[in-house]
Write a protein that binds this ligand. Structure first.
Ligand code: PMV
Length: 387
C-alpha cells in the first residue's frame, strides 16, 4: 500500500542556553539522530498509531497537527501513523519537535497545497498554509486557523516536495509544542529540527547570519518574540564530531529556568554572568563562521564554566564533562542542565565516547549540523485534498 514517509533530526545546544531566556543568542545544531514518520490511509476506519488505536489525549502533538492540517470535518480520512527513530525521549534532544516537524511535513505532502497562480511555493503565492509571512492564518489558535483563499480565483494544487515548506513545518511544530507545554516554548527546537544545520535564535537580528524569520508567541506571562537565523558552516571538517553523553537524570527544563530566575531575583547583580554567557555565545558564533573548531571547543568549555557558576550543572554532568575533557576540543552541558545531556566536540569520537561511558554516561555520536526535515518516500501522491 502507498505510504508517505518523512524524517527530522534532533538537536542539541552548542552555546547560550539559559541566557537566551534573557535575550542573548543561542546556537543549536541538528544532530544525526532522527525521528521518522510513516503515514498511510487507515484500512480500519480508525486513527492508528504504531498499529494500535491512536489516543489523541495522550498524543497532544499529533492531535494538534491533525487539527491544523487534516480536517476530519471536511472529510480527511483517518490515517495509520508509524513512528520510528533513535532520538532518546525527554532528554533535551528535541525528540518531540522532530516528531512534530516530520508529521507536519508528512500531512502537508498527504494533502498537497493550493496555490494562486503558478507552481511557485513562495508564501506570497499560497492560497492556504501557515507561515511567518502569512497573516491570514493562525498557527497558534486552538482551532484550525488555516485560511483558504476563495476570492473566486482559479487555484492550482501542487503536490510532492514543492508543497512542503520548512517555515510552515517549524511554525506548526512550535505551536503544538507550546500547546503541550502550558503555552511556553521557545522556537529553538522546532526551527532547528525543521531547517537542520546550525540555527541561531536571538532577540535581535544578528549580523553575519542569514535571518530566516521572526517568531512570536503569547506566553502566560506576556508576549515574546525571537529572530531565527541560519549559520552556514561551510565545509565541515571530516574529523570533527559531537559526542552526546546522557546522565540518565531527568531534570525538567521549567525547573532549571525557574532556578535561574530565582537566583537573579535574589541577586540582580548576577545578571552579569548571564551577559557573559551572551558574549561567549557570540564568540562561539564567530568561531563557527571562521571554521576554527579549536576555538569552538574552547568557547564551549568557557560556556560550561558560566553554566556551572549559575548553578545549572550537576555532579553527574560535571563527571561526564571531566571524563571527556582529555580527548576533546571542549565540552559542556547542553540544554537546561541539572541532568539531561552533555556534549563534547572531538576529533576522537571513539575515545571520547568510551571515556564518557566509563564515567557512567550513555553516548550518541553525531556530525555537526545534519540536514533538516527530509522526505524519505515517493512524493507524488496525496491521500486527500481540500477542494
Ligand atoms: O533542555 P532544552 O533543550 O529544552 O533547552 C532549554 C534551553 C533553555 O535556554 C534552558 C530554556 C529555553 O527556553 O530556552
Amino acid at each position: 500500500m502507498t505510504f508517505i514517509s518523512t524524517s527530522a533530526p534532533g538537536k542539541c545546544i552548542l552555546f547560550g542556553e539559559h541566557a537566551v531566556v534573557y535575550g542573548h543568542p543561542a546556537v543549536a545544531v541538528a544532530i544525526d539522530q532522527r525521528i521518522s514518520i510513516k503515514i498511510q490511509p487507515s484500512t480500519s476506519g480508525m486513527w492508528l498509531l504504531d498499529g494500535g488505536t491512536l489516543n489523541m489525549s495522550r498524543n497532544p502533538h499529533i492531535k494538534g497537527l491533525i487539527d491544523k492540517l487534516w480536517p476530519v470535518e471536511d472529510g480527511a480520512p483517518p490515517l495509520s501513523i508509524h513512528i520510528d527513530g533513535n532520538i532518546p525521549r525527554a532528554s533535551g534532544l528535541g525528540s518531540s519537535a522532530a516528531l512534530s516537524v516530520a508529521l507536519a511535513g508528512a500531512l502537508r505532502l498527504a494533502r498537497g497545497r493550493l496555490v494562486k497562480d503558478s507552481k511557485s511555493n513562495d508564501q506570497d503565492n499560497w492560497a492556504e498554509g501557515y507561515g511567518s509571512s502569512i497573516s491570514e492564518s493562525d498557527a497558534y489558535g486552538t482551532d484550525n486557523g488555516l485560511f483558504v483563499s476563495n476570492n473566486g480565483e482559479e487555484l492550482t494544487l501542487i503536490i510532492g516536495k514543492q508543497a512542503v515548506d520548512a517555515d510552515e513545518n517549524a511554525i506548526l511544530a512550535h505551536s503544538v509544542e507550546a500547546a503541550a507545554q502550558n503555552g511556553r516554548a521557545s522556537p529553538m527546537d522546532s526551527s532547528t529540527c525543521s531547517h537542520g544545520g546550525v540555527v541561531v535564535i536571538s532577540d535581535q537580528i544578528e549580523a553575519d547570519l542569514t535571518h530566516l524569520y521572526r517568531r512570536e508567541l503569547t506566553m502566560p506571562d506576556g508576549e515574546r518574540f525571537w529572530h531565527i537565523h541560519e549559520l552556514d558552516l561551510g565545509k565541515i571538517p571530516e574529523d570533527v564530531y559531537l559526542v552526546i553523553g546522557s546522565t540518565g537524570v531527568n531534570a525538567p527544563t521549567s525547573k532549571q529556568v525557574a532556578k535561574v530566575a530565582r537566583m537573579l531575583e535574589q541577586n540582580p547583580a548576577r545578571m552579569e554572568e548571564i551577559e557573559t554567557i551572551g558574549k561567549i555565545a557570540r564568540r562561539g558564533i564567530d568561531a563557527l563562521i571562521a571554521g576554527d573548531y579549536e576555538a569552538v571547543g574552547r568557547t564551549m568549555t568557557e560556556n560550561q564554566i558560566m553554566l556551572k557558576s549559575i548553578g545549572v550543572s550537576s555532579p553527574e554532568l560535571d563527571s561526564l564533562i571531566k571524563a571527556a575533557a582529555p580527548t576533546s576540543l571542549g565540552a559542556k552541558l547542553t540544554g537546561a542542565g541539572g541532568g539531561g545531556c552533555m556534549i563534547a566536540l572531538t576529533r576522537n569520537p571513539k575515545s571520547t565516547s568510551d571515556a564518557i561511558e566509563l564515567a557512567g554516561g550513555r553516548t550518541l555520536i553525531s556530525k555537526l549540523g545534519s540536514p533538516g526535515m527530509k522526505i524519505d518516500s515517493q512524493t507524488e501522491i496525496t491521500f486527500w485534498t481540500k477542494s
